[in-house]
Ligand binder design. Structure first.
Ligand SMILES: [Zn+2]
Ligand SMILES: [Zn+2]
Length: 559
């Protein structure tokens, strides 16, 4: 029976280009998961969009002396271009700047207010006397009270991942002018998170199958007790507050950005001509998966679930398979120091599948993992090209040249051949289970070891030697090898969609590979084969030093 799978993916701030950390952390695993479920015949709704609000945007706009809208429009376009080139298969990638999003955010705000889960209070807010303004979130810097990191921001410590209030920080200063702010009273709305503690605890008790790092982090925060959080800010860029007297304030970006999962689902439904089509993805048996980096865990395992509990009638997250961080050349990624590999730069120079391969087989699933150009070139040349690409090329070229440009007709299969085909089916079944549980690294490793088995089989059978004396034996071996390629194109399709589509066509199948579903298609004996091309290209070792020299040397890309 087909399932409804909602896939929500972190909303990137439209204030700078995407980098490999974003991709390894959230976008690639989400896309693999979506493609897998679509192949299985499940109904998938994968949504996200540009986060247009919050102080990361206004800081950038002030830095560049441009209106915020100009900044967000520029990067939104760039995101769309990257998704298309990298093959991230959204059902909808929208923005938080739509009237629909404002309406859905207002609806949730007013419903929670009505039920007493949102209340008004007067609180001291940091105010910079020199800049003559209130300082929300990222306009404040200071030392984290938990881990003593000196560059913590008013909303969060990037070092230990804790969410913070500005008054928690030690040695406060204004991000713009470094003046010590004073606190002035301002009226704000608060989310009564404390009211959800018990319900969140019992909900999380059923989540023993979540990733241990996600669960432990969440339970640790919950253990310390949940404090109510201000959900409005003294800022004029963002979603308006639907209450009189709050015209010069806006809804806190984190409160409204997570609502984006729901508003994007509704927008998708409207765009597809049935305004209720989002409901099967949010109610009853539907399962919602949220793909995010570990710096966003709290918002998806505590705050968004609390908001949904308060609002009612919608499913809470089924799983939040947050990834750890990707380091670059052994060091922590830092956009401000330009210690990053930017996605637009990568996509300008290289094909998408080698990156998808590297970040899949080296995914920071349960611990941080590293990207280095040397390792990237090695994995491309020694694994993707040597193990998989060459197998495809050898088999397809041999069939094309020696069997009249067609799939040969096999004779009787010996036990070695039958065993190999059985292994392919076993691999498909085990990757099926692994992907369902979001074990991406293990899945692609299983696929690659199947490719190794196929190589060993081909070397044993050596059809290039048997062709002259026993062409039937050669035909059988090549037919079995073509069947292995057919299995590989399916198992690898969620990971390497571009090369899987090519291989699908090189094997003589027409149309889109997605239509073939999650099963091994047997090659059709006698089917004409097109002239094969290599699936991947070897990369020259010289790019290692060339590419590594770009890292850390250019100017900052984020305020
Ligand atoms: Zn200032
Ligand atoms: Zn900290």
């Amino acid at each position: 029976m087909s399932e409804h799978i909602l896939i929500g993916v972190a909303w990137p701030y439209a204030n700078g280009p995407l980098h490999l950390g974003h991709i390894a952390g959230a976008y690639l695993p989400a896309d693999i998961f979506a493609r897998y479920h679509r192949l299985k015949g499940n109904k998938v709704l994968m949504v996200s969009g540009s986060d247009q609000h919050g102080t990361p945007i206004t800081l950038r706009a002030e830095q560049e002396n441009k209106p915020p809208q100009e900044i967000v429009s520029l990067y939104h376009q760039e995101f769309l271009d990257c998704w298309q080139k990298l093959g991230i298969s959204w059902d909808l990638f929208t923005t938080t700047g739509t009237p629909n999003h404002t309406q859905v955010a207002h609806d949730i705000f007013l419903s929670l207010l009505d039920k007493g889960y949102i209340y008004k209070d007067s609180v001291p807010q940091a105010y910079c006397p020199k800049c003559q303004r209130f300082l929300p979130d990222r306009y404040i810097e200071g030392t984290c009270p938990y881990c003593r990191f000196a560059g913590a921001r008013g909303d969060q410590c990037d070092e230990c991942g804790r969410t913070l209030n500005p008054s928690d920080l030690i040695d406060l200063r204004c991000h713009i002018c470094s003046t010590t702010p004073r606190f002035e009273v301002s009226e704000h709305f608060f989310l009564r998170l404390s009211a959800f503690e018990d319900r969140l605890k019992s909900w999380l008790r059923e989540k023993a199958d979540w990733r241990q790092n996600v669960l432990n982090f969440t339970l640790g925060i919950l253990e310390g007790g949940l404090k109510d959080r201000a959900i409005t800010r003294d800022i004029e860029w963002g979603v308006t507050v639907p209450q009189p007297g709050f015209e010069r304030k806006r809804i806190y970006v984190w409160f409204e950005a997570v609502i984006g999962y729901l508003s994007a689902s509704k927008e998708w439904a409207t765009l597809h001509g049935d305004a209720t089509a989002w409901q099967p993805f949010w109610k009853n048996e539907a399962k919602g998966f949220y793909f995010i980096g570990k710096d966003n865990i709290t918002f998806h395992t505590l705050i968004w679930p609390a908001m949904l509990m308060g609002y009612g009638n919608l499913n809470l997250p089924y799983n939040v398979p947050a990834n750890e961080f990707l380091t670059i050349e052994g060091k922590k990624l830092s956009t401000s120091r330009n210690w990053a590999v930017w996605l637009p730069d990568y996509l300008q120079r290289y094909a998408p599948d080698p990156l998808r391969y590297f970040l899949s087989i080296n995914m920071p699933e349960t611990g941080d993992s590293d990207f280095s150009w040397r390792e990237f070139v090695r994995r491309n040349n020694d694994e993707l090209v040597a193990t998989y690409g060459n197998l495809a090329n050898r088999v397809l070229t041999f069939a094309y040249r020696n069997f009249a440009e067609a799939v040969p007709t096999p004779g009787e299969l010996d036990s070695q051949s039958q065993e190999l085909l059985h292994k392919a089916q076993t691999a498909l079944d085990s990757v099926d289970k692994l992907l369902y549980q979001c074990h991406f690294k293990e899945s692609i490793r299983a696929a690659m070891s199947l490719a190794q088995e196929a190589n060993r089989y081909l070397d044993d059978k050596a059809p290039w030697k048997t062709l002259k004396q026993d062409s039937q034996a050669a035909a059988t071996a090549i037919y079995v090898a073509l069947s292995m390629l057919s299995a590989l194109k399916t198992i690898l399709c969620p990971f390497l969609p571009f090369s899987s589509q090519k291989l699908h066509n090189f094997l003589g199948f027409n149309g889109k590979i997605e239509a073939a579903g999650w099963s091994i298609q047997s090659p059709l004996a006698g089917q004409k084969l097109p002239s094969p091309q290599p699936l991947f290209s070897k990369l020259d070792e010289s790019i290692v030093d060339e590419e590594a020299s770009h890292i850390g040397h250019e100017k900052s890309n984020e305020p």
